[in-house]
Design a protein around this ligand. Sequence first.
Ligand SMILES: *[C@@H]1O[C@H](CO)[C@@H](O)[C@H](O)[C@H]1NC(C)=O
Length: 407
Amino acid sequence: MVPGRTLLSVLALATAAFASPIVIDESHVKVTLARHNIQQKSGYNVLEHDRARLATFKAKGAAKASVAERAASAAATNSVTYYSLAVGVGSPATTYDLIVDTGSSNTWVGASTQYKATRTSTDTRDKVAVSYGSGSMSGTEYTDTVTLGTGLTITKQSIGVASKTSGFEGVDGIVGIGPTDLTEDTVSGVTEVPTVTDNLYTQGTISEKVVGIYFQPPQGTSEAQINGELTFGGVDTTKTTSAITYTPLTTTEPASYYWGINQSITMGGTTIMATTAGIVDTGTTLLYLPEGTYNSYVSATGATLDENTGLLTVASESDLQSLYFTIGGTEYELTANAQIWPRDLNTLIGGTANKIYLVVASTGEAAGSGLDFINGYVFLERFYSVFDSTNNQVGFATTSYTDATSN
Ligand SMILES: *[C@@H]1O[C@H](CO)[C@@H](O)[C@H](O)[C@H]1NC(C)=O
């Protein structure tokens, strides 16, 4: 740790010189993440889950008042993939396995393992209810001591204790690290609920409201694998292979309610998506693009729709070429290999072992919706991402997996 400090400081200075402000906090704390791969009962579940989530994102923007009703009509379908971390609650602590979600901001437990009140638990008697498109929770809000990973402790964190949930089988709840505004209207009698990031900052544990996220593509077929890391308060530069470049949060609604950014995409020198607003989301599996962009991609690759999975398929990897994302003036290359669903996991989504399925899907709407794309796991497993609510920006950097031919 100590020899690394000099290097971190040098990097911080070097980056600050040519990009927007970046603070690499020496007191940042790393928490290990596990990737879970869940067998789907039939094909299409990946798309159904992601699209239900997308519909909820859009509904929230369109009619804030009726969020709960609209979201409740969406199918509750478990995700094929999620990342989780161990979170201790109470003293002595009970450990819960919670999904990391940048698209929501409440933290709650109780979907599988029952909440166990201890001397640090306070029942606020306020009601909590949150809808996710892919599920929902309702229950009572408590405050309690929360420990993230092995040693990052927050006192009096507001947490939901679920009495009713849907769509969260096999997991205990969520750590929501989206913008704090997303907690509005989720807890009775409270305007906003401070997130874990807010409290780490308020309690002096971190000096910037920044979360760095490192995911890597799945390896092999195991159901759970430790292959990610969350860093509160800074960036873990041991995981990045370039400087982090930042882009301001978009002002376009409804993308602006989430971690929304402006982005354009080219392929073979042709712009297939002009600059438009969308979001970066750790609760979405695939890469969603507006209909016109998706159609251009289909034409250029000759991909066809596979009946069993609902995903595009090509005969050979050589049918694909890199997609170039321009975000905040920096180009990020999503390689041909990165556009392929992890082949080891083909059967999880109802596919055939040796086929090539693609991770590019359509939002089902033309560009101009205000939320035209979602950069899900398949993007975040190739680029380190930084969610910075102190400076209202999102950053990306390459990692050793950016160009990996892991699929
Ligand atoms: C993003 O794009 C929209 C139009 O698509 C534009 O109005 C806005 O100024 C851009 N930049 C930001 C930071 O929102």
